[in-house]
Ligand binder design. Sequence first.
Ligand code: ZN
Length: 592
Amino acid sequence: MAKGLDPEFLQQLKSKIDLVELIGNYVPLERKGGNWWGRCPFHHEKTPSFAVNAEDQFYHCFGCGVSGDAISFVREIESVDFIDAVKILAERAKMPLPEMNFDTEKTAEQKRKRDSVLKILRAAAHFYLDNLNSGHADAHVQYILDRKIASPVVRKFGLGASLDYKSLPQFLLDKGFRREDILESGAVAESEKSGRLIDAQAGRLIFPIINAFGDVVAFGGRVLEKTDFAKYKNTRETIVFNKSKTLYNINRIKKLKQDSGLKDIIIVEGYMDTISLFQAGFTNVAASMGTALTKDQARLVKRYADKAYISYDGDFAGQKGAIRGLEILRDEQVAVRVVPLPEGFDPDDVIKRQGSEGYRACLDNAMPLIDFKLETVRRKYDLSKPEERRNYIPEALKVIGEAESESVKEELLKRVRSETGVTYESLKRDLENVPAAPRMQEEPEPVPREDGADRQAKACRFILASVLFGAKYAKNFDISGVRFDNPVHNTIAEYIKERQKNGETVRPSALFEIFDENTPELSEILDLSLGESLEGERAVRYFDDCVRTLERARVEQELERLSALCDAETDLAKKKEVTRRILELTIRLKNF
Ligand code: ZN
């Protein structure tokens, strides 16, 4: 979207910028085929999968899926907003910025609000910090002492104290911040009863959450007295804070990577685990702020390291969280291990009781998913008792049945042999009789099954990609006959139709004026341009397949509509007509 600036100006600006040269300032690029290739600046990788299309002036990473034009590149790499990215590029191209119009004022207002919120959060962090040192925060200080966090570490993480409901809002108002902005920051809420402003973290020990650019974006707060409230609470989501896209301590992870090259990241659940590990010398630690690691968080991990340890609590919930997190990271191509902790311990407990050597030993014992699952099962039983051994074996075999290779199965069977004293041969026989292993119980079933909807979505993507990238076989294809249900597909189709109608060339790069960079569906479509997937005999055949798939789907939908109509129709003549249509379409469907 033009986002407030004259579209013509933006076009001119982009045409003056050579994207290969611009990106080449940040990443070495090498020409290969029609594209320029380099290692992606937005995720961690060894072999280049980041492509710059010089002809059409856009980039796309086949690894992590980011894509965009010159403006989005500058936004991402310089972490600036749209207007600032345009300013940087305009300076580069020696073009004067046009007058701001009304839309730009709106953008400017948004920028002002964002800046103001960040200032408010920073001021609040300082306020909390001063409270902690004020001599009035005994409970907070005591908690820190009990948890044995040393003063320099307390300062490093900017820990603070909220003392009551009233003083933070008052402090912020006195500083001259606007009431609406203060509310927007999430640090302060409005009392439902009195309408007064109240500190959202009243009374808590405060952990500032800082993003990769060093901005305070939210707070985590821990209650100090025994209450029914949850122990931890985060600032609600705001224009600067999205919990599922942030990791606690990511600011330091980023710095570590810049300074020394980061090998791996230890992922823990909470603030205290992070601080405790950091204090024990494991500085490459970040917290998911809750058990469930999200896909966005996994991508963030991938940006800084391609190896990760999951170190969640040694209780069942923690372990289930670990397994889920492990699968998500694996899907993002992060090599990942689970750190087994003693039952009922969190990482902080291990450090407290066994010191950093104790935790180091846990790290050294970190294991792949299947080993971890087997270990989880083994811990449920006392293998010195014959009966428990007997109950252990079938459960263990169920896990082993999930192993991907025979060699892993063999290795795990040998482990069970030595644990139980049962011969390898009989274990192997029993394993063969274990029914196909179900996934871990109570797990949501993320089975990527290819159903009709998937097939249709794939067909839509392929058709759009082949038209966008000008494949020969798609040249005379009339896209207006295709129905696209997905809104992204639909918008792309509209764009294509518009261009075709005016006899203009279709350019993928123009899509970045319509969509936000990193629109997943768009990324899927651009991915299809890799290698030869849009070229050659197979592509031609697949294209026809896709067209047929969609036509078929359309007929099926129409049939469904007509049968409903037929059921509801009371007029006999009309009913007959509908039945005739149904028959016609049924025959057509058979001939596909
Ligand atoms: Zn990438």
